[in-house]
Design a protein around this ligand. Structure first.
Ligand code: FAD
Length: 438
């Protein structure tokens, strides 16, 4: 219910430029027996009751329905026709890109007076003091103020008694052609795990992401977790059940994984651990916020800030449910933004700022890579307006140019050129609304 409410805020007010309805298909084929199909349909309709309870109108997120084979094949032409008797079609909110949401949040906070500092490590956290180390210069600083520990899988390092479980979520990237150019997310049930699915998720630029796993990953590098061969095999084999053409490792053009920070629970796999968040306010220690989901980030932030306010003796109510992020606007206003649609998809009403940069130099207006819609101006914008400090920041955390392994070297070279260009013009460009660095 909490996720449904937050999805409502994101879709209608907070970030409707970045969160949009996307169709999901559950094909009903030879691998889905009628009893299972009935159970799945009941589950999907129960999920739709949450949409109704969250007051999300059917115009924003249409009701689920059973569709026939012809419509299913129109949405996903590559599906296997072996025993295909239609599909369950439902809609959910899809985020354009989690990096764009995080950048939008950081810039909105900056617009309200926050100093946003990246590449800075916090240590020795207490309730009202923290050591900061600038990872680029090595300089250290003691900062005083109310401290919140929101460090994801590392949260337990700063909260005695808290136990976190890291759950690895692996994704593969394939060309849309490998799956017959799906126009909907295709969901395939994981054999033997009722309610668990693997998804083929169409993205921009003719790429499809296949994910995801949910495996305990103790001791794994949290910064850049690798995708093990076993995860790749599992994803390829599970997704191949839904399609006429069997996927092989040769179809995989890129792969990535992340670690879900879950509050530990006794027994069961990580898929069974609750996605609820936990707030800790120990005497003398920082406020800790841990667990949760990206969808519920706003509630987590609200609970943490409310706890800080209580420590300060204040009780100002949170206003973030009604606060659009920078760039946010409804569909009608977005259609009138004077910039190419691909830029509006990623930057909302701020797209003309990127377009203004593109007008300064022909190379800035050109796509960085053949077949991809990201233009070089987006890299410069990442430096000038979005706090990117390195080429990796630009290709991994402002754009997604590094998703395809074979593109990485060219993308990084373009990012270095953008960093040089931005350095030579910094301070002279009105398009920039930079993030602060103390
Ligand atoms: C593959 C995958 C798919 C997911 N899919 C979904 C989904 O579909 N829907 C959904 O709602 N959720 C999803 N999630 C879950 C969601 O991404 C996480 O719940 C969310 O990112 C947690 O946010 P967080 O800020 O608590 O932690 P994180 O995102 O892990 O952020 C913690 C930050 O703290 C920083 N940090 C750590 N230690 C320090 C330190 N000492 N000093 C300074 N900084 C530090 C880290 O660098 C990191 O940037 C998914 C997660 C994964 C991995």
């Amino acid at each position: 219910m909490e996720s449904a409410r937050e999805r409502h805020h994101l879709l209608t007010r907070v970030a409707p430029d970045l969160v949009r309805p996307v169709p999901f298909l559950i094909p009903l084929d030879a691998t889905t027996r009628p009893a299972l199909a009935a159970l799945l349909a009941a589950g999907i309709h129960a999920g739709d009751l949450l949409r109704v309870a969250a007051l999300t109108p059917g115009s924003a997120l249409p009701r689920p329905r059973r569709i026939g084979t012809t419509e299913a094949l129109a949405l996903a032409p590559g599906l296997t026709t072996d025993g295909l008797r239609g599909a369950i079609l439902y809609l959910d909110g899809q985020l354009e890109d989690d990096a764009r949401l995080v950048v939008g949040l950081a810039r909105t906070a900056a617009a309200h007076g926050a100093d946003i500092v990246t590449r800075c490590a916090a240590s020795d956290l207490t309730a009202d003091c923290v050591q900061l180390t600038d990872l680029l210069t090595g300089q250290t600083l003691t900062a005083r103020g109310m401290v919140v520990n929101a460090t994801g899988v590392w949260a337990a390092d700063h909260a005695p008694g808290l136990a976190m479980t890291a759950s690895r979520g692996s994704h593969l990237v394939v060309r849309a052609a490998s799956l017959g150019w799906p126009r909907a997310v295709v969901s395939t049930a994981v054999p033997g795990h009722f309610g668990r699915f693997v998804f083929a998720i169409p993205h921009a630029d003719g790429l499809v992401h296949i994910g995801l796993t949910d495996e305990p990953a103790p001791g794994v590098d949290g910064i850049a977790p690798a995708v093990p061969d076993a995860d790749e095999t599992f994803l390829l084999e599970t997704m191949s059940r839904a399609f006429a053409r069997r996927l092989t490792p040769a179809d995989v053009v890129g792969r990535y994984a992340g670690l879900r920070p879950l509050v530990s629970a006794a027994g069961g796999g990580t898929a069974d651990i609750s996605r609820r968040h936990l707030l800790l306010t120990p005497d003398g220690g920082p406020v800790t916020i841990a667990g949760g989901k990206l969808t519920t980030y706003r509630v987590m932030a609200r609970d943490a800030v409310d706890a800080v306010a209580r420590r300060l003796g204040s009780a100002a109510p949170s206003c973030t449910a009604d606060l659009p992020l920078l760039g946010a606007a409804g569909a009608a206003m977005l259609r009138s933004v004077a910039a190419p649609p691909e830029l509006v998809r990623r930057y909302g009403t701020l797209a003309p700022d990127v377009q203004a940069l593109a007008a300064l130099d022909p190379w800035l207006a050109a796509p960085v890579l053949p077949g991809r819609s990201t233009i070089a101006a987006e890299l410069v914008y990442g430096v000038l307006a979005e706090g990117a400090l390195t080429a990796e920041d630009l290709v991994e955390r402002r754009t997604r140019l590094s998703l395809v392994d074979a593109d990485r070297a060219v993308a990084l070279a373009a990012a270095h050129r953008a960093l040089d260009w931005a350095a030579s013009t910094h301070g002279r460009l009105s398009a920039a609304r930079p993030l602060a660095r103390p």
